[in-house]
Design a protein around this ligand. Structure first.
Ligand SMILES: NC(=O)c1ccc[n+]([C@@H]2O[C@H](COP(=O)([O-])OP(=O)(O)OC[C@H]3O[C@@H](n4cnc5c(N)ncnc54)[C@H](OP(=O)(O)O)[C@@H]3O)[C@@H](O)[C@H]2O)c1
Length: 193
């Protein structure tokens, strides 16, 4: 059985957690509040015994690091990480990398999910250990008969899942451009400092 850590697990990535559980993963889910994690537990139903949840602020990297270390000690090494991070992501990803590296010596995958504006910048691999396979998954938008809209949660989950299996360094879910067709309003992606 493989272990997947999901950061920002209880919002649009709830469906991804369910997909991972269906695929026999053990899932370690982090969100900010217990209320949202309790909903996630209920959605998992009979598979909830393979779901470990933790309410913490991932920007509190000391706490995040201690929890990842403890969870790996209890359940074994993390094989795959899906990270949807609002705000500064470098220190969060650095903490995840350090704790996973401390526990294993064979390759593992980090799927970094980013908002649509990331597609406008160059692909940049953060400073991570060499055994970490880093993949950037950019959430784009949908184009239908010349009009654009943000992706639905179902499209996001399916797109992330497919991208994670593709092995590509950078994947875009939906369309990345042209910029003038980007839907109005905010897709709430993180901003890289
Ligand atoms: N390109 C696109 O089409 C696109 C891109 C991005 C988003 N969207 C849409 O936007 C909607 C909202 O997205 P969203 O990201 O704001 O909300 P979300 O995906 O519904 O929730 C964000 C997740 O991160 C957790 N979280 C937030 N800050 C945290 C912190 N500091 N520490 C730990 N966990 C934290 C939240 O936990 P709590 O719930 O406990 O606070 C929640 O699990 C989505 O449903 C999606 O449809 C569309």
């Amino acid at each position: 059985m493989q272990n997947a850590l999901v950061l920002g697990a209880s919002g649009m990535l709830s469906g991804l957690c369910m997909r991972l559980l269906e695929d026999d993963f053990q899932v370690f889910a982090v969100a900010r509040t217990w209320e949202s994690l309790e909903r996630l537990q209920r959605s998992a139903g009979a598979r909830a015994d393979r779901l470990t949840t933790m309410a913490l602020d991932y920007h509190d990297t000391d706490r995040l690091g201690r929890w990842i270390a403890h969870t790996q000690l209890m359940h074994g090494p993390v094989d795959r990480v899906f990270a949807w991070i609002h705000g500064d992501c470098e220190s969060v990803l650095g903490t995840v990398d350090r704790e996973v590296f401390a526990y294993r010596r064979n390759p593992w995958a980090l799927h970094h999910i980013r908002g649509s504006r990331a597609a406008e910048g160059p692909y940049q691999r953060p400073r991570l250990s060499a055994i970490c396979t880093y993949q950037e998954i950019v959430l784009g938008f949908a184009l239908e008969q010349g009009a654009s809209r943000w992706l639905t949660v179902e499209e996001i989950v399916e797109g992330i899942w497919r991208a994670s299996l593709s092995g590509a360094g950078r994947s875009v879910v939906g369309e990345a451009g042209p910029p003038e067709l980007r839907p109005h309003g905010d897709d709430m992606g993180e901003v890289r400092p």
